[in-house]
Design a binder for this molecule. Structure first.
Ligand code: BGP
Length: 475
């Protein structure tokens, strides 16, 4: 058995992590423009007062804004069938509530989309990848305010109408699942995702529940709108999911691992079952959170069912109810899995976790799934021959893709594409570094400000090119 010949091989990028040109052609500031550069040792900081040098490399990215033609030509050379890009909201509505959209912003994305189409690469557009205009934060208090839903829908209507007939696949949000009343309020994610200043969070449980609800509602309303604009449109939402395994077979531990895994799913439930889940409302009630689903909202949930689900998968985690001697904390809490290797940034490498998750999701929703992100962030060294020999990346991707293939061909999961994260080196979202590289294409740019931005294929470039040519038969 073989993968479908229409399987969407490709990659996934986000505007704020590579475009640069953060203040040109009428663009406003977005939330990510106000997060400083950083490193694993010195995390990114939020300083809405812009000061020189603090925003390196985020404000420059890899200058994709001016070099996208060259970069897309390399993706085309690799044989990409699809590229997921995000449209930066702050390029289209610089002040969030402008009377008219910024024509220069619309033009920029139009020519990028045209370039993809010219190379027969299917554009997959993310409508929110943390690029909330800062003006919406300042004036409306972001997703804490329902008015932001209307501003978002206006932005969605503008771009979906503008690119009608050119773009078929739309993604309403990237990884909104990281927000939940249990999220650590001071985590960068609260700022990046919700665009809410910590000081504005007065009642953690209540406010985070409202943010999660408002974003979910915005997504279902966008689905309906996007379908109305063009019935051919296919709409998905992307989730960053991490399966959690019990450390032992102790029932309490198994129960905890179930809860740790399933906690991220309430928004997918809301977007696929046509109602905001009753179990979540029950949980909120117990927490003292006051959240009413109005009849109007109920209707919106019924009318905004997703066509597909996007999955970002990087790692798994381990749940434990006790701490034992020698335990090390893993990245997202829980304890370290002794059976798995880790990346240089402590992310576990668990290819089978991908098959597990694909099966879990497909049996739960029976909706088509597309892998929207997966990849290895590593420190790449340029060899004496000027090339990065990234056999470790090839090994990582090979193992994950083998599991994906097993899920499709052995288990019958309907997965219609694989979009590797960061096919060209770009700025890391969580740490703000260039040092953490994912790409098939090396970009000469470094955290100390050096580099000429030249692009060079790594060994993995040729490996992926061949894999696409063979449609994965050689896995
Ligand atoms: C996901 C984000 C991406 C991307 C990726 C890797 O959560 O959707 O934007 O950055 O993680 O993370 P990082 O860049 O921090 O290595």
């Amino acid at each position: 058995m073989k993968l479908d010949s229409k399987f969407l091989w490709g990659g996934s990028i986000a505007a704020h992590q590579l475009e640069g040109a953060y203040d040109v052609d009428g663009k406003g500031l977005n939330v990510m423009d106000t997060v400083t550069g950083g490193s694993y040792e010195t995390p990114r900081e939020i300083t809405p007062v812009l000061q020189d040098n603090k925003y390196y490399p985020s404000h420059e990215g890899i200058d994709f804004y001016h070099r996208y033609k060259e970069d897309i030509a390399m993706f085309a050379d690799m044989g990409f069938k699809a590229l997921r890009i995000s449209i930066d909201w702050s390029r289209i509505y610089p002040n969030g509530d402008d009377e008219k959209p910024n024509e220069q912003g619309l033009k920029f994305y139009e020519s990028m989309i045209d370039e993809l189409i010219k190379h027969k690469i299917e554009p997959i557009i993310t409508l929110f990848h943390f690029e909330l205009p800062i003006a919406i934060m300042k004036k409306y208090n972001s997703w804490l305010n329902r008015e932001t839903i209307n501003l978002y829908l206006r932005f969605v209507e503008t771009v979906v109408t503008a690119y009608k007939g050119k773009v078929k696949y739309w993604v309403t949000f990237n990884e909104m699942n990281h927000l939940d009343p249990e999220t650590d309020v001071s985590s960068l994610f609260t700022y990046m995702l919700a665009g809410v200043e910590y000081s504005k969070i007065k009642n953690k449980e209540q406010d985070l529940a409202v943010i999660g609800y408002n974003m979910t509602l915005a997504s279902v309303k966008a689905v309906k709108l996007i379908h109305e604009i063009d019935a051919n449109n296919q709409v998905g939402c992307v989730f960053g999911l991490t399966p959690s395994y019990p450390r032992t077979c102790k029932p309490e531990e198994v129960m905890k691992s179930f809860n740790d895994t399933i906690r991220d799913f309430y928004q997918i439930d809301a977007m696929t079952y046509g109602e905001f889940p009753k179990y979540k409302l029950h949980e909120y009630k117990k927490m003292g959170v006051n959240l009413e689903v109005s009849p109007e909202d109920q209707k919106a949930f019924k009318e905004g069912i997703l066509d597909f689900i996007g999955l970002n998968y990087y790692m798994s985690q381990v749940s434990s109810v006790t701490t034992e001697e020698g335990d090390q904390e893993s990245l997202f809490g829980g304890v370290v899995n002794p059976y798995l290797e880790k990346s240089a940034w402590g992310w576990t490498v668990d290819p089978l976790g991908l098959r597990y998750l694909l099966n879990f999701m497909y049996r739960k929703y029976q909706k088509p799934i597309i892998i929207c992100e997966n990849g290895l962030g590593a420190v790449d060294e340029v060899g004496e021959d000027g090339v990065v020999h990234d056999d470790y990346r090839i090994d990582y991707l090979n193992k994950h893709l083998t599991q994906l293939k097993n899920a499709v061909l052995e288990d019958g999961v309907e997965c219609f594409g694989y979009l590797m994260w960061g096919p060209i080196d770009l700025v890391s979202a969580t740490t703000g570094e260039m040092k953490k590289r994912y790409g098939f294409i090396y970009v000469d740019k470094h955290d100390d400000g050096s580099g000429d931005l030249s692009r060079t294929p790594k060994d993995s470039y040729y490996w992926y090119k061949n894999l696409i040519k063979e449609n994965g038969d050689n896995l």
